[in-house]
Design a protein around this ligand. Structure first.
Ligand code: SF4
Length: 240
C-alpha cells in the first residue's frame, strides 16, 4: 500500500475562508504570509487576482490549519488522512500541485517539489498514472484547483487588510527584508467578527472551539508554541 501521506502531510495545511466552517472545529487556525516571485509576465498576471502587492513583492496570504511545530497533521490516522474523500481541504486535494502557479506552469512546481520533501513521493514514479500533461487530465483535480483559486480571489480583500494591519510589527519588517521567509499571526481580534460572518459560523462557537484547540496543541515536545499563546490572548480579548 502506498502511504501517500508520508511526504506531504506535515503538521499544518492550508484552508480558505470559504472552507472555515468545515474546519474550525478540527484545526487551530492562524494566518500565514509568504512571498512569491513570479516566473514570468504571464505568471504575474495570473497571481495579481489574489496576491497582495507590497512594494516590489507579491505576497500570498493563507489561513493555516494545524500546528507547524508538529511533524504530522492531526487528521492523519495510521498514515492516511481520516478526512479522505469526505471533507479534505482543497489544498490537500491539489497537492503536490500549487494554485499559485497557472495550470500550464505546474511543471515548474513539480520540479521544485521533487527537490524537497516530496522527493520520496510515489506519485512521481515513472509508472504512476499521469494527471497533468500541460494541463490537468484528471477532471476532479482540475475542478478542485480552480475552486481553490476562486476561494483565494474571494478572500483577497480581507487577507490583504489583515496583512497591512501588521505593518508596524517587527516580524512584518523582518519578513519584508528577507528574500523568502514566512510570517504567521493569529487572526487579529478586530477581524474575528468579519471572518465569522463571511464564513457563516457562530462567533461564540468559533472562539470556544478555537480556544480549546489552541490549548490542546499548545505544547509539542515540551516546547510551548508562542504563536498559539498569542492566539489564546487574542481569543480571550474577543468581546461578546
Ligand atoms: S487534512 Fe488530511 S490530507 Fe490534509 S494534511 Fe491533514 S492528513 Fe494530510
Amino acid at each position: 500500500m502506498i502511504q501517500c501521506s508520508s511526504a506531504c502531510c506535515g503538521g499544518a495545511t492550508i484552508i480558505t475562508l470559504k472552507e472555515l466552517d468545515r474546519f474550525y472545529k478540527i484545526f487551530p487556525i492562524t494566518l500565514g504570509f509568504r512571498k512569491l516571485h513570479p516566473f514570468n509576465d504571464f505568471h504575474k498576471a495570473y497571481i495579481e487576482d489574489f496576491a497582495i502587492k507590497y512594494k516590489s513583492f507579491y505576497i500570498i496570504g493563507d489561513f493555516i490549519a494545524g500546528n507547524r511545530l508538529r511533524k504530522r497533521c492531526r487528521m492523519l490516522k495510521e498514515a492516511l488522512c481520516s478526512l479522505h474523500n469526505k471533507n479534505k481541504p482543497l489544498q490537500c486535494s491539489v497537492v503536490p500541485f500549487s494554485v499559485t502557479f497557472p495550470e500550464n506552469l505546474q511543471d515548474i512546481v513539480i520540479v521544485e517539489r521533487k527537490k524537497g520533501a516530496f522527493r520520496t513521493c510515489k506519485g512521481f514514479d515513472d509508472n504512476a498514472p499521469s494527471v497533468w500533461n500541460g494541463e490537468f487530465t484528471d477532471p476532479i483535480l482540475k475542478e478542485n484547483f480552480y475552486e481553490l483559486r476562486q476561494n483565494l480571489v474571494f478572500q483577497r480583500n480581507i487577507v490583504e487588510r489583515l496583512f497591512f494591519k501588521c505593518e508596524n510589527s517587527p516580524f512584518f519588517r523582518k519578513f519584508i527584508t528577507e528574500e523568502q521567509g514566512f510570517f504567521e499571526i493569529p487572526i487579529i481580534s478586530d477581524f474575528i467578527d468579519e471572518v465569522c460572518n463571511i464564513a457563516q459560523v457562530d462567533k461564540f462557537e468559533f472562539v470556544k472551539m478555537q480556544r480549546s484547540l489552541f490549548v490542546k496543541e499548545l505544547t509539542v515536545g515540551g516546547v510551548k508554541n508562542s504563536l498559539f499563546i498569542e492566539a489564546l490572548n487574542v481569543l480571550d480579548g474577543v468581546k461578546n
